[in-house]
Design a protein around this ligand. Structure first.
Ligand code: FMN
Length: 192
């Protein structure tokens, strides 16, 4: 079997439109029903949804956006506005906020006591491939644990490097209790 992968020269926001085009292209030839996207501000998730609207089977596709948990940057603060969440909702996109699966309490422990926790080693190992690959795994666990994506079906997961989108994969999510059973099937695009 031969499949093509799009490689971006550098990570970041400038790849968002091209990344969305890759995802759209792959969706034409698949029956995937769930897309998990990491979009802190909600901007990239909206761009994705607007672009996919022209697909014949758009109504069968559920887009779920993951943003940072409260306090990621500043105590009590969310990085997505109420207005943007409303706009996402009006476009049929669910927004999920929750603890980050591949740092979580582990980050709190290493911050206080030093060293590194096993979950942070999993994150660092996935980052050997790229930031986006780690993000795709992480949001798929978070959404599986929230009951927002199935754990026995292929989904598309999309992430990026800090801002925007540059990575998309097809994977079967698993809950955090079965983290090593996550199955990556295809890389659609990543940073080289
Ligand atoms: C739960 C979560 C974890 C993330 N982890 C990382 C990370 O480890 N490294 C990274 O470069 N970006 C990370 N991001 C950023 C995303 O990959 C993506 O670039 C960003 O959410 C796009 O947001 P925007 O639409 O506001 O530009 C993370 C985002 C979320 C929501």
């Amino acid at each position: 079997m031969k499949k093509s992968i799009t490689y971006f020269e550098n990570g970041g926001k400038e790849n968002t439109e091209d990344l969305i085009a890759c995802v759209k292209d792959r969706l034409k030839d698949s029956d995937i029903k769930y897309i998990a996207v990491a979009s802190v501000s909600g901007e990239s998730a909206l761009k994705l949804s607007k672009s996919l609207k022209s697909l014949a089977r758009f109504k069968d596709i559920k887009i779920i956006n993951v943003t940072h948990h409260a306090g990621f940057k500043k105590d009590n603060e969310l990085e997505i506005s109420g207005e943007k969440r409303k706009e996402l909702k009006n476009n049929g996109i669910t927004t999920y906020l929750g603890s980050h699966a591949l740092s979580g309490v582990g980050k709190g422990i290493s911050k206080k006591f030093g060293g590194v926790t096993p979950v942070e080693i999993i994150a660092a190992t996935l980052r050997i491939f790229s930031q986006g690959i780690k993000v795709c795994a992480e949001i798929s666990i978070m959404l599986a644990d929230a009951g927002l994506v199935p754990v026995d079906e292929k989904i598309i997961a999309i992430g990026g490097t800090g801002k925007g989108l540059d990575t998309a994969v097809i994977l079967t999510p698993k809950n955090m209790t079965n983290v090593f059973d996550i199955k990556f099937h295809e890389i659609l695009a990543m940073v080289k």
